[in-house]
Design a protein around this ligand. Structure first.
Ligand code: FPP
Length: 245
């Protein structure tokens, strides 16, 4: 499958909504946490596969602002998994020249997770092979609200004028300011929703939905999604004729 990928036409930014851990565990008669643990293993494999392919940006929806509403035990288990995962995997990321990044409301995370994240981000900040971004306590509407507030305050304080507000300005106020737009958005587990993820950034992204539950998602499934992406014609609002000129 991997050999069918055209490496000259790789998506530059893939975003993934990792869904289905709970259902996967339930199918096996186990607790939801077991699904998350297995999902963490999938995450590791997909990060490695992405780096090996040469895709520069991979952004993963690991924890949404809405996920705080889950039972406390599950939230705690996810935070503990994240903490342990960072401790365990950061060396592997660094050795592979992979940069770790995070977006979202970091202040709302437990202090130990914040510290571990900060340490990992600093350690890998000069790595160049690819950037892995974990969306944690992330919500796209919240991201847009803080951008609007910042821009409004800049106008009010005469730092910029109303006419300075354009796409570039809005991009600059988002967590993703240094990243290209998303080319390919993948969601696992058969749900056809965006769930408040990167609403601005996916304006022209190709959407790919698969029924595979996240713990069962393998690099082969990722290659399939990329091949599918490469078979589509991205017109960005233009006609096919205009594109072939
Ligand atoms: C969605 O499955 C998955 C999550 C809410 C968490 C994603 C976490 C991991 C992949 C493990 C690594 C952990 C971190 C925090 C990096 P779901 O629980 O919504 O599944 P369901 O829809 O079947 O209930």
């Amino acid at each position: 499958m991997k050999t069918q990928i055209d490496i000259t036409k790789l998506p530059q930014h893939i975003a993934i909504i990792m869904d289905g851990n709970g259902r996967w565990a339930k199918q096996k008669g186990k607790l939801r946490v077991f699904g998350h643990e297995s999902g963490a293993g999938t995450l590791r494999n997909i990060i490695q596969a992405t780096a090996e392919l040469g895709i520069p940006y991979l952004t993963l929806y690991a924890f949404s602002t809405e996920n705080w509403n889950r039972p406390k035990a599950e939230v705690n288990a996810l935070m503990s998994l994240l903490f342990r995962g960072l401790q365990k995997e950061i060396k592997m990321l660094h050795q592979n020249n992979i940069r770790l990044n995070a977006i979202g409301d970091m202040d709302s995370l437990p202090t130990n997770v914040q510290k571990e994240l900060q340490k990992s981000i600093e350690l890998t900040q000069h790595n160049t092979r690819c950037t892995i971004t974990l969306a944690l306590a992330y919500g796209s509407r919240q991201e847009l609200i803080q951008a609007v507030k910042k821009i409004a305050s800049d106008v009010k304080n005469n730092i910029i004028s109303l006419d300075d507000i354009d796409e570039l300005r809005i991009n600059q106020e988002l967590y993703t300011r240094k990243m290209p737009n998303v080319d390919l958005l993948i969601r696992t587990s058969g749900e056809h929703r965006i769930s408040n993820f990167l609403l601005w950034q996916i304006a022209y992204a190709e959407l790919y939905f698969t029924k595979v539950l996240w713990p069962d998602f393998t690099p082969e499934h990722l290659y399939q999604a990329i091949i599918n992406f490469q078979q589509r014609e991205r017109r960005f609002g233009k006609t096919s004729e205009q594109l072939s000129k």
